[in-house]
Design a protein around this ligand. Structure first.
Ligand code: AMP
Length: 113
């Protein structure tokens, strides 16, 4: 299994899990860009948002709901936070397994660099 996030989901690559359910897993980013930086990934391998199909509606909702739940658990709700997903080369995607970044714990600024 080549995909590192598939390996994390399978438990063969260590990670620090934050939330798990039928559809998704959330774990801490190894190279955090903010005091809280968590990745929410589908258990099933999906390359990116661009690869989602109408049959993935439940999975897509589960990803967003998990991002919001992670933020609540991390105490980010009052101050706010960012949910972002990178797609392809220009989007800055480095791992080809769909993931939402949940970032918070400091003022993040806009637009991003
Ligand atoms: P992206 O550039 O949007 O594809 O984001 C990939 C993210 O995965 C980066 O923020 C990396 O720091 C993170 N990452 C890479 N390998 C691991 C890993 N083994 N465990 C946790 N996060 C990882």
């Amino acid at each position: 299994m080549e995909c590192i996030f598939c390996r994390i989901v399978a438990g063969t690559l260590p990670a620090t899990p934050v939330l798990e359910n039928e559809h998704v897993m959330a774990f801490r980013d190894v190279n955090p860009q903010a005091p809280v930086h968590i990745l929410v990934v589908p258990r099933r391998h999906v390359v990116s948002v661009a690869a989602l199909v109408p049959g993935d509606a439940a999975l897509s909702a589960a990803l967003l709901l998990a991002a919001a739940e992670v933020a609540r658990r991390e105490g980010l709700e009052d101050a706010g936070y960012r949910v972002v997903t990178n797609i392809g080369d220009d989007g800055g995607q480095s791992v080809d397994h769909l993931h939402l970044h949940v970032l918070g714990g400091r003022s993040l600024g806009w637009p991003p660099g």
